[in-house]
Design a protein around this ligand. Sequence first.
Ligand SMILES: Cc1cc2nc3c(=O)[nH]c(=O)nc-3n(C[C@H](O)[C@H](O)[C@H](O)COP(=O)(O)OP(=O)(O)OC[C@H]3O[C@@H](n4cnc5c(N)ncnc54)[C@H](O)[C@@H]3O)c2cc1C
Length: 502
Amino acid sequence: MNKTLTLPVTDGGAFDIVIVGGGTTGIAAAVAAARDGAKVCLVEYYGFLGGNATTGLPWMAYHNLSGQRVVGGVAYEFIERLREVGGASDFYMDPVCSSTVAVNPHWWKLVSMQEVKKAGIAVKLHSLVVNVETVPGAAGRRKVNGVYLTNKGGVQFIAGQIVMDCTDSGDIARMAGATMVKGRAGDQKTQVSSYTVTFGGIDVPALLDYFRKNPDDIRPFPIDNIDALLAQMAEAEIFIIGGLRKLIAKARADGFELPRGVVPGLIFPKTGEMTTVATCIEGLDPTDPEAFTRAEQEGMRQTQLWLKFFRAYVPGYAHAHLCGTPHQIGIRETYHMADAEYVVTGDDLKTGRKFDDVISLGGYHVDIHAPNRDGHNDHYVGPPTFQIPYRSLLPKHIDGLLVVGRAFGATHEAQAATRVIPLSMAQGQGGGQAAALAVEKGCELRDIDVAELQRRLLKQGQILDHTGLPRHPRASMFKVATVGGHVNLRDQDTGAARAAQV
Ligand SMILES: Cc1cc2nc3c(=O)[nH]c(=O)nc-3n(C[C@H](O)[C@H](O)[C@H](O)COP(=O)(O)OP(=O)(O)OC[C@H]3O[C@@H](n4cnc5c(N)ncnc54)[C@H](O)[C@@H]3O)c2cc1C
């Protein structure tokens, strides 16, 4: 079938910066740009802001593995705002995930909306961007002029001197003609997607008792000071688990169908709840509506399998119940911008490569929920502090567009580390302030004075150099037993953690 539909288009206004995607990346970009004086419009498909971070996930890795906090600025301010209303916990230090903080997803929706309004940002909810307008630009490049969105009012055009793609799947970049590649090099497979759910009614002391007797079932790798970890778990408002391997093996031997060999989960001892991403769906491309639908259905089906398993096999879960489901399945990876001015690689992160145009730092591990082997295995690497260069947000052949967040210029491996919430916000802030600077100076994004951008980032509290920063007092309590600082968990299912470079 080949049909064309012609629809009237209404005027949605003109802005300095139009940001598409109201997740953590887009929110941080919008707030930072507005604070630098830009007139900003934030467009979001759902009826709330916050994106995937509203599904109850903890915010991972404000710190590097040495316990230095390497993310500041808007991302850190949000944690402070959330703490003021009881919506965020203290930091829990983790041997692999650096640090994590529990964020109440309901408060996150409320606080993010409040902060965006306070910053004077125009918000358009329930609006899906379906096309972009481009015109000829300088040196044979195209230039993005604005976006077409659809909502119950019909189709609107919103003009923007700069458009920021914070959609996670690189929708705007694809529509504008950037070269986007899916997943990993070679076979284009992407990380698995997960239906993030919360179970309540958990007797956490009983679970901790099980871990005390079975410390090798907390996480699928050796930890050298398990007593310190258990002590922190007993007192924390949130703790991470990644194991239950032995119980899963037993259940599987009894004939249970379970999609993973370990359970990645976050326990909230105060409320007796657990948020888990144990479901896994391979190869989801959200641009295929049939596959997207099937993935939601499969996420729901797997959730019921897990709940049955927990009730029957895991100490403390006899009365567990389902108390939280997401607004949509969580998609870890789709497209990456291949023709960015610079494409960040896994090696850049693992070697802590320094960039003159650094806009944000990170210290999270390369966390690949692997596309093959039924998504059972992750790779973990303890990276040094790494840097994100401004150039990796810039498409080579398009002006007026920045691609920020999961679709920015990075490989499958690099994106597996940069995708977590605080890092996405730090990147969003970098992009937002760069866009505001370009508008103020009346220049193209690629022509801004990066040193001036960096001064403005520091002024808004961002951290661009971790040298000499203090360490979190709990950071050195324990570490994963590794060889050469690297742990490769290809064999999570069997628990045979092998040290290797990945
Ligand atoms: C299953 C899963 C588990 C995770 N676990 C953790 C964790 O424990 N800790 C952690 O720190 N990070 C975790 N992450 C990563 C993290 O949630 C995200 O990568 C991060 O929040 C980045 O957010 P974002 O704003 O770039 O994307 P998103 O949160 O996906 O936001 C993108 C927004 O854009 C909107 N949008 C998309 N296309 C359009 C369009 N065409 N028009 C209008 N709006 C559009 C979407 O509706 C969405 O709200 C996890 C991710 C997944 C998928």
